[in-house]
Ligand binder design. Structure first.
Ligand SMILES: Cc1cc2nc3c(=O)[nH]c(=O)nc-3n(C[C@H](O)[C@H](O)[C@H](O)COP(=O)(O)OP(=O)(O)OC[C@H]3O[C@@H](n4cnc5c(N)ncnc54)[C@H](O)[C@@H]3O)c2cc1C
Length: 410
């Protein structure tokens, strides 16, 4: 397929870009996928990685259609059926149980390395997708009915549509000149793998503390992957602590939950920000995943939003092709931009508001009232859960169980 004109050229084969490539090639589009760093083979013998994601049922359905979910679940993953939220003050936690909401599970904890490797295996098998790896985006030039994408290696690709899936520092976005509104939280997310006295029974547990939330996400071997949001200076101090001192602080912060900490792996800290692009589409080019938006990780929605972008775009392109339209037309770009930008802005501001409610002490009465409302109101809880599970009314139909074959049927 080299030296041909592609339907779609995707820059970035992270979790989101590789998933879009699989969806589109399975729907019969000619796809080029450019990735700077060849994904490392997932090693099930190595210890659990520091980066994990809570994959919603909606995202799992999308990954299933992309052909990656079976590969993922054949490895170490942990489904969770209960989510428990505490504010460190109220004695009664807020509890969400999957069966109560007619869900088989609330989500699945998966290592990012496994997600990316599984998606990469799908795209590299079968010769349906041309991969350019390792290679980098050089520039994008609008030329008639196609964009010309030049790569660092000197190769030039032509495509009706270019997709920037190249992460938060997206070169595609910069090349388009799309501006971003950015809010830096002055917080870091501290991550580590932790074993407590009692094994994690498959519960995603979160306690809101004055400096930021602390989450324990269940792993296949009974340990938990923690994400502890701390003010940046605090995070720096805590990264420098020796293991016993760090454990003492983590024990105090998670007291009452599964007993004392018995094991602690390496730690890492990631700066947290909210970034929203002013536009997700311009000049036969669209942005998906972190290239378009970065949200606070307190509800573990970042990559789930990215998978929903990928599914929504795939659905739009399939429908456009069926109608005989141009997949890079201004109309297609406008439709994608409107639907996905409003969805991720709603999520980003929702996360921002929840974070503020818990971070600003003077808002404590409002927070208590909000928690009480969620506890007693079934419709509010149901709405929140459907959204978090990625299967609400605004979710792409691939997330709600529609298959690619159904979308392609005349
Ligand atoms: C502490 C923390 C915890 C989180 N927990 C969760 C969670 O539980 N659930 C969740 O949904 N989200 C979570 N997130 C967010 C999630 O990690 C991101 O949303 C996700 O990694 C974004 O994936 P992506 O594929 O869009 O981008 P990336 O993973 O950044 O992938 C971009 C890809 O593009 C490639 N690339 C970059 N530039 C170029 C170029 N010029 N040319 C070619 N290739 C290029 C890169 O090599 C990379 O492979 C968390 C984030 C943090 C910080």
């Amino acid at each position: 397929m080299k030296d041909t004109v592609y339907d779609v050229a995707i820059v970035g084969a992270g979790m989101v870009g590789a998933t879009l490539a699989s969806l589109l090639s399975r729907a019969g589009f000619a796809v080029a996928l450019v990735e700077a760093v060849e994904p490392a083979e997932f090693d099930p013998g190595a210890d659990v990685g520091l980066r994990v994601s809570a994959i919603s049922p909606g995202s799992a359905a999308i990954l299933q259609q992309a052909g990656a979910w079976k590969k993922i679940t054949a490895q170490r993953v942990r489904p969770y059926r209960r989510m428990q939220v505490e504010d460190g003050v109220e004695p009664e936690p807020l509890v969400f149980d999957a069966p109560v909401f007619n869900l088989e599970r609330l989500g699945t904890i998966v290592e990012n390395a496994l997600l990316q490797w599984s998606a990469w295996q799908v795209v590299s098998a079968g010769g349906l997708i041309d991969t350019y790896c390792p290679d980098r985006l050089g520039g994008i030039e609008l030329s008639g009915p196609h964009n010309r994408v030049s790569l660092g290696s000197g190769q030039v690709l032509k495509a009706s549509l270019v997709v920037g899936a190249d992460g938060a520092a997206s070169k595609v976005r910069k090349t388009l000149g799309v501006r971003q509104a950015q809010f830096t939280y002055n917080q870091h997310g501290l991550v580590a793998v932790v074993g407590k006295q009692k094994p994690n029974p498959g519960v995603a547990w979160q306690r809101f503390l004055p400096g930021g939330p602390l989450a324990f996400l269940p792993l296949a071997d009974g340990r938990s992957s923690i994400v502890w949001t701390r003010p940046s200076a605090e995070a720096e101090r805590m990264m420098a602590l020796d293991d016993p001192s760090f454990i003492a602080e983590l024990d105090a912060a998670s007291s009452g939950w599964l007993g004392a900490i018995e094991t602690l792996g390496p730690r890492a800290a990631f700066p947290l920000s909210m970034r929203l692009s002013e536009s997700y589409a311009s000049r036969r080019t669209v942005l998906i995943g972190d290239a378009a938006h970065v949200v606070h990780p307190l509800a573990g929605q970042g990559v789930n939003l990215g998978f929903a972008d990928a599914a929504a775009l795939a659905e739009l392109l399939i429908a456009t092709r069926r109608a005989g339209g141009d997949i890079g037309s201004a109309n297609v770009l406008r439709t994608y931009d409107r639907s996905r930008r409003s969805e991720s802005e709603t999520m980003a501001f929702g996360m921002h508001a929840i974070r503020s409610l818990f971070a600003i002490e003077s808002l404590a009465p409002l927070r208590r009232a909000g928690l009480a409302l969620v506890k007693r109101s079934w419709p509010v809880r149901d709405m929140l859960l459907q959204r978090a599970a990625g299967v609400g009314a605004n979710a792409p139909s691939l997330a709600r169980g529609t298959t690619l074959q159904e979308l392609m049927r005349p």
